[in-house]
Design a protein around this ligand. Structure first.
Ligand code: EPZ
Length: 416
């Protein structure tokens, strides 16, 4: 397994290029299953998860061409089974369930199982499909679903679920009649999926609000689409600039996708300059402690919680970070404590008392965003930091060490 070695306290400055959004690309690749013909997606990030998604589609009989763009053609779709070996490496594989049920009327997908940050059940996905007329069985670790034909239904999500909303929106696009998703997720990635489905000929209204209405149609057609920039990668580099800048320009990005984060950065006394497609952050100022609660969009994103905690661990005064989305998303805390951070966990709240500095140490990554937070801590800490199990970071950040080195950071990857 590889590890990253980071020399701390090197000032970073310059412009960093943000890749396409992982959490937009994954549902869009699944949406390709809904149509026969070549879909073309550009600005697809080069990530392990994207490679896994490609393997899954090819396993199903789908043709995928990889170049600067990804082209996907589901004309040869011949299997309805997403095997454990693939699903266990990427939970988002659950996103093939809706399209396969809509197209083949039967599907067998391995239960994704939990991960480091929580149990991550898919009960809301399954409840929705049952309401749409699917018969669901769970045995031997697989979800088996079949239907004589999906029909529109009124669905109330007990909890806001991003992939649950996406899964049902895709299935409803080819169902008979009208589907209404209440308490739907409002994330930008949900909105982008709805936009692409409508480009394919679907009839979806309300994406981006908590009520989405889908009028089923008989068939969809292939499209070409450029994937939006990754708001979480952009947010991660803004925190890097706040911690170790100099002046860092993050582009392209869409400021309206980062509203809650930008507000909290400014409350913490971080200097930002926001333009239409870029945000510039100036580091070096004194950081002020603030309170943060993670919530579904447009609230503060849970995927930025670990990164923001590093900033608060070096801010004046006391901060409280409350994680309301996942039940176990504080695994990075013990690693940050080893670097000298003063953090106390009380239930789903982390009380952070700012310290003068962090000190480099050997720390272990546990999940995608926790590994990003440990890299950020290494940039700010005195001395060297070794982040082990760095394969987690490769799932969601394209060429992160090259991008950081391009800004003047001193870090390298070594084989363990
Ligand atoms: C998506 O995961 C993202 N992944 C996650 O990003 C992100 O953290 C999460 O949304 C929340 O924003 C992708 O889009 C591929 P949820 P998802 O369903 O859809 C509970 C990253 O770092 N829940 O919105 O799996 C669930 O347990 C990843 O890029 C149910 O109880 O998350 C969680 O507590 C990590 N039953 C909450 O809802 C269900 O059926 C939100 O989960 C579904 C979810």
């Amino acid at each position: 397994m590889d590890k990253l070695i980071i020399q701390g306290r090197k000032k970073i400055s310059g412009k960093v290029a943000i890749a396409g959004a992982k959490n937009a690309a994954l549902p869009l690749m699944a949406a390709s299953l809904l149509v026969d013909g070549w879909n073309t997606f550009s600005n697809v990030p080069v990530l392990r998860d994207i490679r896994t998604a490609r393997l899954l589609l090819e396993h199903l009989g789908v043709e995928v061409r990889n170049g600067k763009e990804i082209q996907i053609n589901a004309k040869g779709l011949h299997s309805h089974t997403a095997p454990y070996e693939l699903v266990k490496t990427m939970r988002a594989s659950i996103l093939v369930l809706g399209p396969l049920l809509a197209r083949l009327k039967q599907v067998k997908v391995s239960l994704p199982g939990g991960c480091a940050i929580g149990a991550r059940p898919v009960d809301q996905h399954l409840k929705g499909f049952e309401l749409m007329g699917a018969k669901i069985e769970i045995e031997h670790g697989y979800i088996k679903a079949k239907t004589r034909g999906l029909k529109g239904a009124k669905i109330y999500f007990d909890v806001s679920t991003v992939t649950g909303t996406e899964n049902l929106m895709m299935a409803a696009s080819l169902a008979k009649g009208t589907t209404i998703l209440n308490n739907a997720a409002q994330e930008p990635e949900v909105v982008e999926l709805a936009q692409v489905l409508n480009k394919m000929g679907a009839q979806i209204d309300g994406a981006g609000s908590e009520v989405i209405t889908i009028e089923g149609v008989s068939a969809l057609k292939p499209v070409t689409h450029e994937i939006m920039p990754d708001r979480i990668e952009a947010g991660t580099f803004l925190v890097a600039g706040a911690l170790a800048g100099g002046t860092v320009e993050v582009a392209p990005c869409i400021p309206s996708h980062l509203g809650a984060l930008l507000q909290k950065l400014e409350e913490a006394n971080v200097k930002l300059e926001t333009k239409e497609n870029s945000i510039t952050v100036k580091g070096g100022g004194s950081l002020k402690g603030v309170n943060v609660t993670t919530l579904p969009f447009p609230g503060f994103p849970t995927d930025m919680q670990a990164q923001f905690m590093v900033l608060l661990s070096l801010a004046e005064g006391m901060s409280a970070i409350t994680e309301t989305v996942f039940e176990n998303r504080f695994i990075h805390v013990s690693e940050l404590q080893r670097m000298g951070a003063d953090i106390e966990i009380k239930g789903n709240t982390a009380i952070v008392r700012g310290v003068k500095h962090l000190s480099g140490a050997t720390v272990m990554a546990s999940d995608l965003r926790a590994s990003a937070s440990l890299i950020l801590a290494g940039l700010a800490a005195r001395g060297a930091t070794e982040v082990t199990r760095i394969y987690h970071i490769d799932r969601g950040y394209e060429a992160i060490e090259e991008k950081l080195r391009g800004l003047g950071a001193e870090l390298g990857r070594v084989k363990e």
